[in-house]
Write a protein of this length. Structure first.
Length: 148
């Protein structure tokens, strides 16, 4: 089921990505195994791949989290964040994207998941013109959902 905590975790991760991007860095490997909790607060970890926004750098991210355009950029990080949020909120493996759980309509708060799924779909848009332009935009949409 979709607990409020997962929305809060997604917000904290988007905020962390925003800070990295606004500081001139890309993470280059956003995925569930690179999230740690420090005193209950989620943090983006494995920052050894942290680099400037350089699409020419080699890729190490698993293909299921990698943006279709390849390379490393803020928009590729956003794609990876979307796939990470997908796994976190649906409980399904990333390979199942974009499917939703078969029993979703029986979840008490399935409407929240459906709103978050719109954020996920935009973050994971294969067409760059349809994908979020910044982590700040992702954060804004997640915060709006949390306020409802």
């Amino acid at each position: 089921m979709w607990p409020k905590k997962q929305t809060e975790v997604a917000i904290v991760l988007a905020r962390g990505l925003q800070v990295l991007h606004e500081s001139g860095f890309t993470h280059r490997d956003v995925r569930p195994s690179n999230i740690i909790f420090v005193t209950g607060v989620p943090k983006l970890a494995d920052i050894d791949l942290l680099a400037g926004n350089d699409a020419a750098l080699p890729s190490y991210i698993p293909k299921d989290y990698a943006a279709p355009e390849g390379g490393h950029s803020n928009r590729a990080d956003i794609f990876s964040l979307g796939k990470t949020i997908y796994e976190m909120c649906t409980g399904l493996p990333v390979k199942s994207y974009p499917c939703l759980p078969a029993d979703i309509r029986h979840w008490d708060d399935h409407l929240v998941l459906l709103r978050v799924n719109k954020v996920i779909a935009r973050a994971c848009a294969r067409d760059l013109g349809k994908r979020y332009g910044s982590a700040r935009e992702v954060l804004n949409d997640l915060e709006r959902i949390a306020q409802k």
